[in-house]
Write a protein that binds this ligand. Sequence first.
Ligand SMILES: Cc1cc2nc3c(=O)[nH]c(=O)nc-3n(C[C@H](O)[C@H](O)[C@H](O)COP(=O)(O)O)c2cc1C
Length: 189
Amino acid sequence: MKILHIDSSIMGDASVSRQLSADIVKHLKQKHGAEAQVQHLDLAVEQIPHLNSEILMGQNAEQSALGEQLLQQYLDADVVVVGAAMYNFGLPSTLKAWIDRISVAGRTFKYTEQGPVGLAGDKKVYIASSRGGVYGDNSPVDYQEGFLKTVFNFTGVNDVEIIRAEGVNMGAEMKQQAMSAAQAKIQAI
Ligand SMILES: Cc1cc2nc3c(=O)[nH]c(=O)nc-3n(C[C@H](O)[C@H](O)[C@H](O)COP(=O)(O)O)c2cc1C
């Protein structure tokens, strides 16, 4: 079982999403033993250049190779664990840069006369979501979880589970409660 573990928080050891994503991966490794092979992609360290016309048109050999590597890594994964902090109501831009490389027509989706069809469906995604405030499930100002879920669904992945700690900047007690609730969800995986 190939696990792709992605982190994007800029907060290092103080990061909530990194703690949750690491705990999810640890739990999966305990559950699946030697079968679980993990690749860690740390987007705060290995920053992916923004997509530009040169990269899109395949005119930059180095970036074409990187794009192919990221795409293949996503296609090969059986499980994807994404640490996704909420930054300014959306995702860290480093995570958006990754999305721009794996959303590729003919590889992860295609358009048909009936509309778009995802091509990378056979995997499970866990989103380790952290937010300073409280938004709940369907907030109109949440461009983080909903956006990420839409992107995975678009590539054909419908099995997306959100493990969320929110209100983490609203005092120590709120943070503790949020972490305990997230940990309980992880243990139930
Ligand atoms: C640049 C930046 C932007 C943020 N924007 C928001 C926001 O729009 N809404 C919110 O509730 N919290 C926001 N926060 C708080 C983070 O979501 C919160 O600290 C969360 O724990 C970040 O995840 P991390 O601990 O994994 O880095 C922001 C934090 C940073 C550093």
